[in-house]
Design a binder for this molecule. Structure first.
Ligand code: AMP
Length: 291
């Protein structure tokens, strides 16, 4: 048997469950039986999963401890890991932002002076961002609770991850500049990718995940439509993959229309179909969408 593909996944935190769920949806069932999971296998042994800290994954993948892994793009950039970014996974979305206390009279980054104290748990990205703007900062490294530092009098500005913005607001901070747009990403080790067998398996794995992610945002729409209205219905679906139109047994005046549509368009399409007297409208989820 060929070696298992080794994947590093977050062992806890906000990226852990979505990463495991994505694997499950892609058809890779893990034998995760207990809470403090360290390792798991798929049933056929094709994939071995190592559960490690989100912040260690980029380095583990770079060093080849794992062939690939799932972590935040922010972690990949902070670790300056030399890995191949294969796919954005659409969850764990957040922004690394520069924030100022609400009491600060903020006039823009151009007015920030050398020696400004910046608290962050992303020292590498932060220093680089200020360097690029020619500002020499006094970095205050922290490992959590960054938002509190201005109130303690140890920092003037903070750089931290923001998703809803509620934590910033609760701490009277105002995000003013986006430093990085982040989401969970699938990253691969460069040597593993270059290896003929492992590289092929990694690419296949990415295709499968892509097909699951595509399907998540799409729905399969079916409706019986008056034959005379078929052109109107076609116009409702511009830019989408052309619908399948089928004759109905014993009902010459109607045809069945099937189409894959973006989830966001479903509401408007159902309304439009009703307006042309469509019947039997059915919208179903899609498990995989292979282009
Ligand atoms: P955790 O293990 O829960 O600390 O996961 C941290 C990762 O989750 C970060 O590196 C980001 O990629 C992602 N994330 C998404 N939204 C947020 C947020 N509001 N705060 C912190 N991390 C976030």
């Amino acid at each position: 048997m060929t070696d298992s593909l080794k994947l590093a996944l977050p062992n806890k935190g906000r990226l852990s469950d979505p990463a495991i769920d994505l694997l499950e949806q892609a058809g890779f069932h893990l034998d995760v039986t207990h809470e403090r999971k360290l390792q798991a296998h798929t049933e056929n042994g094709e994939i071995k999963v190592l559960f490690v800290r989100t912040s260690d994954i980029a380095e583990f993948v770079e060093e080849g401890v794992a062939d690939a892994g799932v972590t935040g793009l922010d972690q990949v950039k902070e670790a300056q890991a030399d890995v191949e970014q294969m796919l954005g996974l659409g969850f764990g979305s957040c922004r690394l932002m520069l924030a100022v206390p609400e009491t600060t009279d903020w006039s823009g980054i151009k007015d920030v002076e050398d020696g400004v104290r910046v608290a962050t748990s992303f020292p590498t990205i932060t220093r680089q961002w200020f360097d690029e703007r020619g500002i020499e900062i006094d970095l205050v490294p922290v490992s959590g609770a960054t938002e509190i530092t201005p109130h303690l009098g140890v920092a003037d500005l903070v750089v931290d991850l923001v998703s809803t913005g509620s934590t910033m607001a609760a701490n009277s901070l105002e995000p003013v500049e986006t430093i990085l747009d982040s989401q969970a990403v699938f990253v691969a080790n460069r040597d593993s990718l270059a290896d003929e067998d492992t590289g092929e398996r990694l690419q296949e794995f990415v295709w499968v995940m892509e097909s699951v992610l595509e399907a998540e945002d799409s729905r399969y729409l079916m409706a019986n439509v008056p034959r005379e209205k078929i052109d109107t219905v076609r116009e409702m679906l511009p830019g989408l993959s052309s619908p399948t139109v089928l004759d109905l047994l014993d009902r010459d005046e109607m045809v069945a229309v099937h189409a894959v549509v973006p989830e966001d368009d479903v509401f408007g399409l159902v309304r439009g179909l009703k307006e042309v007297d469509a019947e039997g409208i059915l919208v179903t989820p899609i498990e995989r969408l292979v282009p």
